[in-house]
Design a protein around this ligand. Structure first.
Ligand code: NIG
Ligand code: FE
Length: 418
């Protein structure tokens, strides 16, 4: 028996959604093939998964000792820890007034053009001290963790000046060290035109490229660089320049593409080989074809279409053309103030005609792929990190179905019950 690994944590008798496949990302038709083990066991040692399968298979592979923590998941569903690959977690203030203005018919881009929108959060974030940003971020991560989310991508972009962009990224770094949710940091200095550069767009692009990006790199404050490529915001040409500079500095790329207008953001993503192309409400057929030939992950954010009351991204068309899809909340103070990834899964089923099987891949392994972490997280497989969520229903199909309800009973991060 000595050669078998001792189990620190054992989850017994749950419906285990592994989301495992032979190849990643999971594309097109493959997204319908969700691996599910009824009465499944998951055994963990340290921060790793060491066995998964039916009871007898797991028992024959590992040593269960007096010290093993045992969770009986009878009547419950066990999934990989959920991954939210697109959020604007760190911001000062809030914009509930705009929410109700839009509810009465005002348009998001009109509010932005009138000096509200992102600019309003920029003013608030500049005025908020670092410790208050950290406290707000801590509360929001706690909301997410309770809903089974164990990894979150976080963007800057509410500073638009050196000091505040660094302050936002610093807040992410502090939060990474003090709480269990794993954070992926993205620099989004190209989120809007700052007041100081309203009349000098090229000046701001140059400032980002020459001053801010190198410093963010030097201090190792972000893994990704993102740009809001949009009419009236950053043109495709301006975006390309920023991305090229970012790539040269060693950053990986993500892009807010074709959100409000068909601009060619998806085509740019394919051209540059970004890790993800996000939003895509207005993606062109050419954009879909280009993404289909690339390794870019379309990250869809249907909570934003819901909250802005805009048409949804053409998820079915993308899946039918063999593209992979990931889903995220886009949690932010303006276009989508929800931190509830479970709700986003339900909206994806209801309004983008995704199946529950597709949706589970989209918030686990494909989300992990878009963050360059599919070797370590995103599925329940031997050797992977023990990031797990347990839901209080007996069938995974009930999770998006009970929309808006938090069904999570237990969250495990790196083998630790949180
Ligand atoms: O992803 N589109 C640009 N950025 C965010 C919205 C940010 C905001 O409204 O504060 C988005 O929708
Ligand atoms: Fe966003």
């Amino acid at each position: 028996m000595g050669s078998k690994v001792s189990v620190d944590l054992l989850i017994k008798n749950g419906q285990v959604v592994t989301a495992a496949h032979k190849e990643y990302p999971v594309r097109g038709k493959q997204m319908k093939q969700l691996e599910v083990i009824d009465q499944g066991w998951v055994a963990c040692a340290g921060d790793r998964i060491v066995a998964v399968g039916p009871a007898d298979a797991v028992q024959s592979q590992v040593d269960i000792t007096d010290e093993t923590v045992i969770i009986d998941a009878t009547g419950q569903v066990v999934t990989p820890g959920l991954i939210d690959p697109h959020t604007h977690l760190i911001f000062g203030g809030s914009r509930e007034d705009e929410f109700y203005m839009r509810a009465q018919g005002a348009d998001y881009m009109d509010i932005m053009a009138a000096g509200g929108g992102i600019a309003s959060s920029v003013r608030a974030t500049r005025q908020t001290p670092l410790d208050a940003l950290v406290a707000a971020g801590r509360q929001r991560l706690n909301w997410m963790l309770k809903m089974g989310v164990t990894t979150v991508e976080c963007k800057s972009g509410y500073g638009l000046d050196l000091e505040t962009e660094l302050k936002q990224l610093e807040a992410v770094r502090i939060l990474q060290d003090e709480q269990p949710v794993e954070l992926v940091s993205t620099f989004l200095g190209a989120h809007a035109w700052p007041e100081e550069f309203q009349e000098d767009q090229e000046g701001y692009v140059n400032y980002l490229i020459e001053v801010v990006l190198p410093l963010v790199r030097e201090r190792d404050l972000a893994e990704y660089v993102d740009v809001f490529t949009e009419k009236g915001v950053f043109s495709v040409e301006q975006s390309r320049r920023i991305f090229q500079a970012a790539k040269d500095l060693g950053f990986k790329l993500r892009v807010h593409a074709d959100e409000m207008n068909t601009l060619g953001g998806a085509e740019l993503a394919a051209e540059l080989g970004t890790s993800s192309a996000d939003h895509l409400l207005m993606i062109s057929d050419q954009g879909i074809d280009d993404l289909g030939k690339s390794d870019v992950i379309p990250v869809l954010l249907p909570g934003t279409a819901f909250a802005l009351r805009k048409p949804y991204a053409p998820a079915r068309k993308m899946l039918d053309k063999g593209l992979p899809i990931a889903l995220a909340t886009d949690f932010n103070p303006g276009s989508c103030p929800t931190a509830n990834l479970g709700l986003v899964m339900s909206i994806a089923c209801l309004y983008m005609a995704m199946t529950p099987e597709e949706v589970f891949h989209a918030v686990t392994i494909n989300a992990a792929y878009s963050l360059g972490r599919n070797d370590r997280i995103g599925s329940i497989e031997v050797g992977k990190q023990a990031d797990l969520a347990i839901f209080d229903v007996d069938n995974y199909k009930k999770i998006p179905y009970f929309f808006g309800v938090n069904l999570v009973t237990t969250v495990i991060k790196r083998g630790q019950v949180i």
